[in-house]
Design a binder for this molecule. Structure first.
Ligand code: 13P
Length: 360
């Protein structure tokens, strides 16, 4: 039973979600997936932002977090390479030193503000080493507020670990059901859901194992999203690239990564999905760009594909900045350079030798 005002229906509510006119969602997807642009993930929780600030040898204080985000969001020309920025709850409420809300700064430059809405992970009882993502409680109300602040897309991250006997099907299924419920709520509030089942890079697994697990996770995820009538055209997949674990004996070539990743998507991602973006997952900035280039060099795919990196964009910027006002211009140039390299890679136009200023 489903109630709209004083009228009750026997049809489940999710049917009404799908009956919405989703044109606005498709417009947002098209904005985010413009050729030559990608997304900056700046949605670290306050605790994780502290780990980033350590790179610049800065303490994890609100002022340092605000200074760094202001540096990123006001960098001259960055709108040429960024279509969207993902923010965190405390960040979307922050302003520049002049008092302009960050969401407004981005929107004024044609960059779509997004918001991470999950609330992190917790262990699944009885499933050692596996986690489930939290954050469905109060999600609808939070979405209404974020929409009013200016957000037009959202992110939900699930974590999948490859290890001895894991991931289990149960872990994959449980996370998929939550992502479906999340996506329905977000679409009903006029925002694009980004679903991110991150298969962790950390580990000793081979490329073939990563391919098997990613294919399994994405197949279950999309079967579940379809079952719950999520509008796939108004949704973006944020995926890990298919990579051998960071401590596996052989590191794969960019071409091996690209072909394994595209094989995985072709088997498991429906053609009508709005777009696919990549997390960087702990790869060096240069490697994340090179792998994106290798993927783009296979030519057009059923979905637009681009980057949505956090560490692979932010780390070199933090190294250049070091928290010093006199380094802000240099750090913004590094940001522009890194996003331009990723923009070229997204179009299959990046040449590794040109990456002269690469900073790992
Ligand atoms: P990384 O690019 O650092 O993996 O972060 C992307 C992200 O959004 C993780 O949720």
């Amino acid at each position: 039973m489903c109630t709209f005002g004083r009228i009750s229906f026997r049809t489940p509510c999710y049917t009404f979600y799908t009956m919405r006119n989703n044109t606005d969602l498709y417009t947002t997807v098209a904005q985010l997936m413009q050729s030559g642009k990608g997304i900056l993930a700046a949605d670290e929780s306050d605790a994780t932002a502290g780990k980033r600030l350590e790179i610049a040898k800065l303490p994890n204080q609100p002022g340092n977090r605000q200074d760094f985000r202001e540096l990123l969001f006001t960098a001259p020309g960055v709108e040429e390479y960024l279509s969207g920025v993902i923010l965190y709850d405390s960040t979307i409420r922050e302003t520049t030193d002049q008092g302009t809300p960050f969401a407004d700064v981005l929107a004024a430059r044609g960059i779509v503000p997004g918001i991470k809405v999950d609330m992190g992970v917790k262990p699944i009882p009885g499933f050692d080493g596996e986690v489930i993502t939290k954050g469905l409680d109060g999600l609808e109300d939070r979405c209404k507020e974020y929409f009013d602040i200016g957000a037009r897309f959202t992110k939900w991250r699930a974590v999948i670990t490859i290890g001895d006997g894991i991931p289990t099907d149960e872990c994959i299924e449980l996370n998929a059901v939550r992502m479906a419920e999340y996506a329905l709520v977000v679409q009903s509030q006029g925002m694009v859901p980004m679903v991110e089942p991150e298969v962790l890079f950390a580990g000793t697994h081979s490329l073939a194992e990563a391919e098997e697990v990613t294919t399994r996770a994405l197949t279950v995820l999309f079967a579940t999203l379809k079952k719950y009538h999520v509008d796939l055209k108004g949704l973006i997949l944020k995926s890990s690239m298919v990579l051998a674990g960071d401590t596996y004996q052989d590191q794969s070539s960019c071409d091996d990564v690209a072909s394994a990743t595209l094989r995985t998507f072709k088997l498991s991602v429906p053609r009508d999905v709005g777009g696919i973006v990549f997390l960087s997952g702990g790869q060096t900035p240069k490697r994340a760009t090179e792998n994106l280039q290798a993927i783009a060099s296979y030519g057009a795919q059923p979905w637009p594909i681009t980057f949505s990196y956090s560490r692979a964009i932010q780390e070199p910027v933090l190294i250049a900045w070091q928290g010093k006002p006199e380094n802000v211009t240099l750090a913004q140039k590094v940001l522009l350079y890194r996003t331009r390299m990723n923009s070229l890679a997204q179009q299959g136009k990046y040449v590794s030798g040109e990456d002269l200023k690469d900073q790992k």
